[in-house]
Write a protein that binds this ligand. Structure first.
Ligand code: T4K
Length: 371
């Protein structure tokens, strides 16, 4: 058994001392939240790093999703994927919107554009796709459908920090994109999130909505929420931004080593890298196929016995949770590809500090389970 647990992910933190000057600046300014100097600096730095026009910071990705929908006044039905973290669909329910689940593409496990049109009704107002594991959706196909039916597109880009498709940030696709900076993400501010938008007017509305709906000291225009990022988290973000390129480089190495080491194990399939995209290697999903001889869950358990905590992201499907499963679109017969993926996918540990020998150990356990 391995000595220390190997988790599916682990935050990559710079030396503690590097944080002290940032912390001192916060202390000295006495601005702790509500859009202080760190917050403003971090927004500007992120826009530059990510190649986007406008960004509004949040205390987490879920509140950012919730607010994104409100900022575009989305109502009625929204087409989305069942193959994601539960926060995607929860943001719809919290806004009184009905999620309509559409199946995913068998290759990249993102919302399948060829199935979207059949799910559109007179109540449909938007599409909420997820760039799952940071693999870009078919942005052009989704845009064509949205244009034809006059729908908004809000990307859940929680996994997509730094991802590019066809030479530009995927965060520029659609009307809005939502990021998560949670501790488990490639780029983290402990907790945090953001909405990427195209113009200052939209950002202003988002900023009002995340601050209770205040427009000025005495005017409230909407039942907004408190979604503000604190100065502490913004300071962390500014520090982490100095190190993110190195973290992405190390993740890329781990991804390559897995692909090589797993290539000759029958029944283990790696998700192919998306052509023409710059990836962030945020997750390392494998599909455990029948040829492997044992099930995905047996492999998951065997790894746990060795103190290796791979995760079944995303099992169970969102559509199978009690608050969703009565929806007609949640029927497994409507979602065969997602249903199979939820039974076959296992996300292997990937994070910058994972060593080559730990990776060998993980692959050895997988190889030993093959029957
Ligand atoms: N949309 C999508 C598509 C998402 O994936 C997410 C979040 C959201 C929206 C919502 O964004 P946020 O509101 O979270 O910003 C984790 C995360 O909590 C969640 O952020 C993430 N997606 C989801 C995919 O994974 P859990 O319940 O699996 O996390 P947990 O606590 O089991 O952590 C996994 C492993 O990471 C642990 O075994 C150990 C390690 N870990 C974790 C934490 C928190 C650490 O080493 N250090 C840590 O601080 O949900």
């Amino acid at each position: 058994m391995s000595q220390k647990p190997i988790y599916v992910t682990q935050p990559h933190l710079p030396p503690f001392e590097e944080f002290l000057p940032y912390l001192k600046e916060v202390w000295d300014s006495k601005f702790l939240t509500n859009g202080g100097p760190m917050h403003q600096k971090f927004e500007r730095a992120l826009c530059e790093y990510l190649g986007v026009n406008q960004i509004a910071l949040f205390s987490n990705g879920t509140l950012a999703l919730l607010t994104a929908l409100q900022s575009l006044r989305i109502t009625g039905e929204v087409i989305t994927t069942p193959y994601s973290f539960v926060a995607t669909a929860h943001s719809l329910l919290w806004n009184g919107i009905k999620p309509v689940f559409v199946d995913v593409d068998p290759v990249n496990l993102n919302l399948d554009p060829s199935k979207i049109e059949a799910a559109i009704t007179p109540q449909t107002t938007a599409i909420m796709p997820v760039h799952c594991y940071g693999h870009p959706c078919d942005i052009a196909a989704i845009e064509r459908i949205a244009d034809t039916y006059n729908l908004k597109v809000i990307y859940d880009a929680a996994h997509s920090f730094g991802v590019e498709a066809d030479g530009q940030s995927v965060l520029n696709a659609g009307d809005l994109s939502v990021l998560s900076f949670h501790a488990t993400k490639v780029f983290n501010t402990f907790e945090g999130g953001a909405i990427v938008c195209k113009d200052a007017k939209t950002k202003l509305r988002i900023d009002q909505l995340k601050n209770f709906g205040f427009v000025d000291e005495v005017t409230v225009v909407a039942p907004g929420i408190n979604g503000k990022m604190s100065e502490f988290n913004a300071a962390l973000g500014l520090l982490q931004l100095q190190h993110v390129d190195e973290a992405l480089r190390l993740r890329g190495q781990i991804d390559r080593q897995y692909r090589q080491a797993l290539a000759d194990i029958p029944g283990i399939e790696c998700l192919p890298p998306s052509p023409g995209s710059k990836h962030n290697y945020s997750y390392f999903p494998i599909l455990v196929k029948p040829e492997f001889g044992g099930s995905r869950d047996e492999l998951y358990t065997a790894l746990r016995r060795e103190n290796i905590y791979a995760r079944r992201y995303f099992y169970p499907l969102i559509s199978s949770f009690p608050m969703y499963r009565a929806l007609p679109s949640a029927a497994p017969a409507n979602l065969p590809v997602a249903t199979r993926a939820a039974e076959q996918v296992l996300c292997l540990p990937i994070y910058p500090d994972l060593t080559s020998s730990q990776q060998d150990q993980i692959v050895d356990v997988i190889r030993a389970q093959r029957r």
